[in-house]
Ligand binder design. Structure first.
Ligand code: PBG
Length: 327
């Protein structure tokens, strides 16, 4: 006799759906989009099939399509012309910055869209690093000032969530203070809390042409071997006032996502990064994986690990699958 037969709870889809522990909705997703100055521009990123750099006109079309599918939160990343980059990333807060104009424009066309921004020097830096470089070193405290200026400029443009991805020490508090001093007490911060020095950012750096010109990012991004250190970062971000905590990348760091979810009472985000997207797309193109099943399984695993919010290039496709009742 077997009293407990777990298979009974799997016997048909109605019962399986009652027993289902994790559900992933479109509302859990944030869609990263690359933007570029110009008009009538939409160029595919080679290493990210299905992802494009959009000029404003095409960005508005894309946002509208996503909104109609229920994807309402977007993380915008600027691809900046090399001639506008300098050592201090001054274009990031310049009045001329097309990225700030795009934010304003998207918010005015779609007031109910939630816009998240990226705060770091790399898209604007002639060194391709997230902070100011001096004698081959990444300066921490000097960088904070630029990050804060950039954040305030983005908030002025209408950004809802500021996303510091730079990994400088003390930046959340510094940015929070400056936002508040400039009347932006309602603007949220989603800090990249545990951002690892990962090989999975490659395609993103292709998209923005933002790879470091020398060295690597290991003196500020975390060592992939470390888990407890994420608690130090998380504790600081929590005290400094971050509204969400992000773990990045997602798939190789599900244990870290789980740990932060257990330890902290604020929403946990996970960034399903470019390399994770590219990996699955490539396998699907080769016919080696069943894309329509593997993609939702990947996203579900990130949610199951504890992420409340997932930043993913799959967001629109996932929403299309949901709309067609395909997941
Ligand atoms: C830049 C930044 C990176 C990503 C988001 N913001 C790249 C990096 O740190 O080099 C990566 C996103 C992705 O790979 O999808 N500060």
């Amino acid at each position: 006799m077997m009293l407990r037969r777990p298979r009974r709870n799997r016997k048909n889809e109605v019962i399986r759906s009652q027993a289902r522990e994790t559900k992933l909705g479109v509302e859990n997703l944030i869609y990263p989009l690359f933007v570029v100055d110009g008009q009538n521009h939409k160029s595919e990123v080679k290493s990210l099939p299905g992802q494009f750099r959009y000029s404003l006109d095409n960005l508005l079309i894309e946002v509208e399509e996503c909104m109609n599918l229920g994807v309402k939160c977007f993380d915008l990343f600027p691809a900046v012309d090399e001639s506008l980059k300098d050592q201090y990333g001054t274009y990031s807060y310049s009045d001329q910055n097309f990225y700030l104009r795009y934010i304003k424009e998207v918010k005015s066309r779609f007031p109910e869209a939630v816009i998240m921004t990226d705060v770091a020097l790399d898209p604007y830096s002639s060194d391709g690093h997230d902070g100011i470089v001096k004698d081959g070193k990444i300066l921490n405290d000097e960088t904070l000032e630029v990050l804060a200026k950039m954040s305030v400029a983005q908030a002025n443009a209408g950004a809802d969530i500021i996303g510091p991805s730079d990994m400088m020490d003390g930046r959340v508090e510094y940015i929070r203070d400056e936002l508040d001093d400039n009347g932006h007490t309602d603007v949220s911060i989603m800090s990249y809390t545990a951002k690892y020095a990962s090989a999975f950012y490659g395609p993103f750096r292709d998209a923005l042409d933002s790879a470091p010109k020398f060295g690597d990012k290991k003196s500020y991004q975390m060592d992939p071997a470390n888990k407890k250190e994420a608690l130090v970062e998380a504790e600081l971000d929590y005290i400094e006032g971050s509204d969400y905590m992000m773990v990045k990348p997602a798939l190789c760091y599900l244990d870290v996502i789980h740990m932060l979810k257990e330890e902290f009472p604020i929403p946990i985000a996970a960034y399903n990064v470019s390399g994770e997207y590219a990996m699955l797309k490539a396998a699907a193109q080769m016919g080696w994986l069943e894309y329509d099943r593997a993609m939702p399984e990947m996203l579900l695993s990130i949610k199951r690990a504890g992420a409340d919010v997932i930043l993913t290039y799959f967001a629109k496709e996932y929403a299309q699958m949901v709309a067609q009742a395909n997941v």
